[in-house]
Design a protein around this ligand. Sequence first.
Ligand code: CDP
Length: 221
Amino acid sequence: MNNKVIAIDGPAGAGKSTIARKLAKLLNYTYIDSGAMYRALTLKVLLQDADVQDQDAVVRIAAETDIDFHHNSIFLDGRNVDQEIREEGINRNVSCIAAVPEVRRIMVELQRKASKGKNVVMDGRDVGTVIFPNASFKFFITASVEERALRRYAETLEKNSQADLEDIKLQIEQRDNVDSTRVDSPLRMAEDATCIDTTGKTVEQVLEEVIKSMNLMGGEY
Ligand code: CDP
């Protein structure tokens, strides 16, 4: 049985994971990054030199892959892949793999399994619409594409010596486009979600808004 679920969905680079992580810490919930699971599968497909467009091959790989979290780290077949899943090749290919319906079925099962019996904050694209339609609280976190690109740009510069803002912006737009137009579980706001536009806001301001809204809704957390 699941306990409490707080669902945080939204487009690429909107700051979902920062908010979700902080919220989980504050409430003493478990944070689950559903996107990291698609990223881990993409890493495996690339490592096996399989064609990301070959849906049968991708589904075959997904069916024989174990993806799980331990202490906020992600493990792909027992190996910690926290760093590798953030690399450039993954950004470019993950949305194509996440659009495959059978892959999504397998991932949703893993995501529900990882949440079982826990109070969780989960972020992604379909948490409030598909994975946990009965979540206790649902948020849709977004920001202008310019701001989202700038945030990713700053993040990338922290890790690498160089980054290309225009290229990052283009990639974000492409990923949003694939995520929003796919047939199975497209990125969209759940009807009962609270939308927060984070453009021009600090992490603290957004977190405050999330908690205020949870208090207003009166639900227990
Ligand atoms: O953090 P960022 O916004 O870059 O993306 P992410 O949460 O790591 O997700 C990476 C990709 O996985 C997304 O662009 C989607 O294609 C896919 N994804 C999904 O389809 N469903 C989810 N619940 C989470 C991620």
